[in-house]
Design a protein around this ligand. Structure first.
Ligand SMILES: Cc1cc2nc3c(=O)[nH]c(=O)nc-3n(C[C@H](O)[C@H](O)[C@H](O)COP(=O)(O)OP(=O)(O)OC[C@H]3O[C@@H](n4cnc5c(N)ncnc54)[C@H](O)[C@@H]3O)c2cc1C
Length: 387
């Protein structure tokens, strides 16, 4: 439900203070230790960040897409590992249940996700199925009243701390594509669930990922999301549609932070007897970054408004995620350039953020996959029959 403007503004002010006073000062420690201190996670829970999108009836704030994106933008002025700590609860980890779950599934899991009592992860990718997610081979075989899962999921965000997974698995072995896939809620403590070792990532230290391995993992029949087989791929895509918009807002928030860091540095650093900000070649970099940020943010806000009005957002989400993730890569590159050699040194936030933002062009659909989603929709609109 949309919040009134004054309430949203108050919430955003609280988030801004939290980012400036608690998160940004902890960035270097999180990068060095690859871990967010428990106390900060507790503060995020108290602020309500884990339940931003969970409907109010289930204990969340129930933010509509335009409000959610404003909060994602604000939080993303801090290193993105912080947003990732609650990000799966707000987007792909909870949305499958929120959109397609049965009433009982919603009542059982959403309040705990909203409060942060449990972390929710989304398990779609496999060693052999990334961009071609519909080719996944994890099996869920019927067994009495329940199912038995076998397979490996790869690169699953927050898996090491997750209490529950949304797992896409094949219930119909005859059907090799999307129609044979169902979505399940699997609790992390269920017998037959095992985690792989931690991955040493290029960036976003403190945002853990690992494999999730299912070995004869038995789940009850009511673990099937929505109680209907064969709809799991659609459920996953619906969760990803809103998730992509959220990631696009995240990219915009990070770009704004990078631009602010660049302006501050350029004003303070002197060469040839004056601040480097006075050199027009530096100003051109600042202007390009600001303009590209504003374009991306306008795209995200327009898509969020239309999503809030009930328009389908598969293409809009893909456009926003594609443009914003490429944009923040260019902005981060310019930020390092403006900082000169200092931009290559980890004492400066831009060096860390440069590595952190690289992931956005890869997960929840690579840039190439977003291009395909956009072009396919364009061709369909024009009456063609794209592959
Ligand atoms: C830090 C991190 C966190 C992640 N979190 C999660 C998570 O929580 N849950 C989850 O399920 N997954 C997660 N992933 C997985 C992520 O979504 C995939 O890595 C991503 O979708 C790409 O799949 P892939 O790695 O198999 O690359 P591939 O699909 O093998 O792609 C390799 C290259 O081929 C290109 N390519 C592939 N197909 C086409 C095509 N048809 N046309 C043109 N180009 C193509 C790709 O764009 C890419 O450039 C995460 C990954 C990382 C690194």
């Amino acid at each position: 439900m949309p919040l009134d403007r004054a309430t949203l503004d108050r919430f955003l002010e609280t988030v801004d203070s939290f980012v400036a006073e608690r998160l940004i000062p902890a960035e270097a420690e999180v990068d060095a230790t690859d871990r967010i201190p428990d106390g900060l996670v507790e503060e995020m829970k108290r602020l309500g960040l884990f339940g931003l999108t969970v409907p109010e009836d289930y204990g969340g704030l129930g933010l509509a897409p335009p409000e959610e994106m404003e909060v994602a933008w604000a939080v993303s002025h801090a290193a993105p590992a912080f947003r990732s700590a609650f990000g799966t609860n707000v987007t792909i980890g909870s949305q499958g249940i929120a959109i397609d779950g049965t009433e009982e599934q919603k009542r059982r899991y959403l309040p705990k996700m909203a409060s942060g009592e449990i972390v929710a992860s989304f398990a779609l990718t496999e060693p052999g199925a990334g961009s071609d997610a519909a080719s996944l081979t994890t099996r869920a075989d019927r067994d009495g009243n329940g199912y038995v899962l076998n397979g490996v999921k790869r690169f699953i965000t927050n898996a090491p701390v997750a209490g529950v997974f949304t797992v896409m698995a094949r219930t119909n072995r005859e059907e090799r594509g999307a129609r044979g896939i169902s979505a399940f809620i699997v609790e992390a403590g269920a017998p037959g669930v095992r985690l792989g070792g931690p991955e040493n990532k290029m960036g976003q230290k403190g945002a853990p990922i690992c494999d999730v391995i299912f070995e004869d993992c038995r789940v009850p029949g009511d673990a099937l999301i929505g109680g209907v087989e064969g709809r799991g791929f659609k459920t996953a895509m619906k969760a990803l549609d809103r998730g992509r918009l959220h990631l696009a807002a995240t990219c915009c928030g990070l770009a704004d932070r990078l631009i602010r860091e660049s302006v501050d540095f350029a004003l303070g650093r002197e060469q040839f007897g004056r601040p480097v900000a006075e050199f027009q070649l530096v100003q051109a970099m600042l202007a390009d970054s600001r303009t590209e940020h504003d374009v991306a943010w306008a795209l995200v806000r327009d898509a969020a408004r239309r999503a809030g009005e009930g328009e389908p957002i598969a293409r809009l989400g893909a456009e926003a995620k594609y443009y914003a993730s490429e944009m923040v890569g260019r902005v981060a590159d310019r930020a390092v350039q403006i900082h000169g050699g200092s931009g290559y040194i980890d004492d400066y936030a831009v060096a860390r953020l440069y590595r952190d933002v690289r992931i956005y062009r890869l997960y929840e659909g690579t840039s190439q996959i977003q291009q395909l989603v956009i072009a396919r929709d364009m061709l369909k609109e024009a009456g063609g029959s794209p592959p």
